[in-house]
Design a protein around this ligand. Structure first.
Ligand code: F6P
Ligand code: MG
Length: 487
């Protein structure tokens, strides 16, 4: 990680790290404990119940240590290869206490430690403590999912038609220079819209919005919300990313891959799939590789099982969205079955995604590196194969806040530091074309024009008397930043 700038720290009262360690993490642990309680009491198996109780007590112990500012203790050997790296780093950091430790390391440690509690059992090894929350938020996303599914069907059907029956005609048209320009401008608008949908899908993250209501989720996800939010993208490099993809296409390159380092499951994964499907259908990419996490991570992050759960929900959309949950039934709500048109759009989307998946144009590629404790400054040194793999991609899209913190080493850079400098070995000379799609939910932010940070701090609620960068904590503002990886 960087030595040029200092990393954010849980002891700093002006950093969101301070509130996170004292308020947010205990709530996340409490919700996790409730979840394990539920699953334990739902089980008839004696050993599962016994282990469930042990997990609850381990998690309660962890919560106690956190709230009473105890030392972070070594992660028990749970048979996984990454324990040693976590513990070596912990020792090198002098076994710090919860309330005075770098934010990035301690937050990763928290989720790794939770995961080790499960990995040491027999029946709970692959249990996802956050799965219930992830799925129920996806259920609450029904209006936005239906709106986008309708739009997706129109766009992809049109693209497919253009690529097959009308290919010759399109070619003819494209030969006229003017028409080509117009077509490219239209393509760029669509590309921007798809990427912006994908960006704002990140605003509904469960680790930040610990008590999001059904209405809150919906207002964050609709197309009106997106239009209004466009002015909240303070830096927008999408034009540069579009150029990279069209240049490769024009050069006649046969295999053109886009990678997406995923963030959250549910609605955000749904919009990632919308983007992936669009990239393939439009020919801007020939394949898309998704990088999920390997352990339950920052509450809402995608695990391979979430990918499968999303697809099976969409395979039977009437059961998933049309049926009432027990809580809704108890509240006397009337069922709202999906219409034929809605079912048609969802079916189209499901078929398109499963067909590109079956064709190998959509690939899921997990790697432990994404759940290591360090920043992405370490990627070339600690995971050279993965680094090389990303070099062969046309564009690597990093979704969400944590990925941005990891790219920039979660350090207190001046806000005007160029993005390419702040991402260190992933920037200039890396050979990796990086695009960060990030709604701001933490302190670090770089690449802003002179004076912008100060301006945002002066807005109502934008800062505190001691100068905290409060505007950047809520997910209301976003940055879309590109680095071309050239020397
Ligand atoms: O800042 C709050 C927070 O929960 C951080 O812990 C984390 O960086 C981030 O939000 C998670 O958000 P995302 O899912 O966008 O990475
Ligand atoms: Mg996340």
């Amino acid at each position: 990680d960087t030595f040029t700038a200092t990393q954010y720290h849980t002891s700093d009262p002006t950093s969101f790290a301070h509130t996170s360690a004292r308020e947010r993490w205990p709530i996340i642990l409490t919700q996790g404990i409730d979840d394990v309680h539920k699953s334990t009491w739902a089980s008839n198996d004696e050993e599962t119940v016994k282990e469930g109780k042990e997990i609850v007590s381990e998690l309660a112990k962890l919560k106690y240590e956190l709230q009473h500012d105890r030392q972070l203790t070594p992660i028990p050997d749970d048979g996984e290869a990454d324990v040693e790296a976590y513990n070596t780093e912990l020792a090198a950091r002098g076994n710090p206490k919860w309330h005075s430790v770098p934010w990035l390391y301690s937050e990763c440690y928290l989720y790794r430690r939770i995961s080790s509690t499960f990995k040491q059992t027999k029946n709970w090894r692959s249990y996802d403590i956050f799965a219930r929350q992830k799925m129920s938020t996806f259920k609450s996303s029904r209006p936005a999912v239906l709106e986008l599914a309708g739009r997706y069907k129109d766009i992809v059907a049109e693209l497919q038609q253009k690529h097959t029956t009308n290919r010759a005609k399109t070619q003819e048209l494209l030969e006229a220079a003017e028409a080509a320009e117009a077509a490219e401008a239209a393509e760029e608008i669509l590309f921007r819209e798809m990427c912006e949908i994908c960006l704002w899908g990140n605003a509904t993250d469960l680790s930040l919005l610990t008590n999001l209501s059904y209405e809150d989720i919906q207002t964050l996800q609709g197309s009106d919300a997106r239009k209004k939010a466009e002015k909240n993208i303070i830096v927008n490099d999408l034009a540069k990313a579009f150029k990279v993809l069209t240049a490769a296409q024009k050069a006649g390159k046969k295999d053109r891959r886009v990678d997406i380092v995923l963030d959250n499951a549910g609605f955000e994964l749904f919009v990632d799939l919308i983007l992936a499907g669009y990239l393939v259908a439009s020919g801007l990419a020939t394949s898309v590789v998704f990088h999920p996490k390997s352990i339950p991570w920052f509450v809402s992050d995608v695990l391979p099982a979430d990918f499968a759960a999303l697809l099976s929900a969409l395979a039977q959309p009437q059961d998933f969205y049309g049926a009432l949950s027990d809580t809704d039934k108890a509240a006397g709500k009337a069922p709202q079955p999906l219409s034929d048109a809605e079912l048609g759009s969802l079916q189209f989307l499901f078929q398109h995604w499963t067909s590109i998946y079956a064709e190998g144009q959509l690939v899921l590629r997990p790697n432990d590196f994404w759940t290591a404790a360090g920043s992405y400054w370490r990627l070339p040194g600690s995971e050279p194969q993965l680094f090389e793999d990303l070099q062969s991609s046309e564009l690597v899209i990093f979704k969400g806040d944590l990925n941005y913190r990891k790219l920039t080493a979660d350090a207190a850079w001046p806000a005007t530091t160029p993005f390419t400098d702040a991402i260190g070995p992933m920037g200039s000379g890396s050979g990796v074309r990086v695009l960060a799609l990030r709604t701001c939910k933490a302190d670090v932010v770089v690449g802003l024009p002179e004076g912008k940070d100060e301006e945002l701090k002066q807005m109502a609620g934008g800062s505190t008397a001691d100068g905290a960068r409060k505007w950047a904590w809520s997910g209301k503002w976003a940055v879309v930043q590109f680095s071309d990886g050239k020397a």
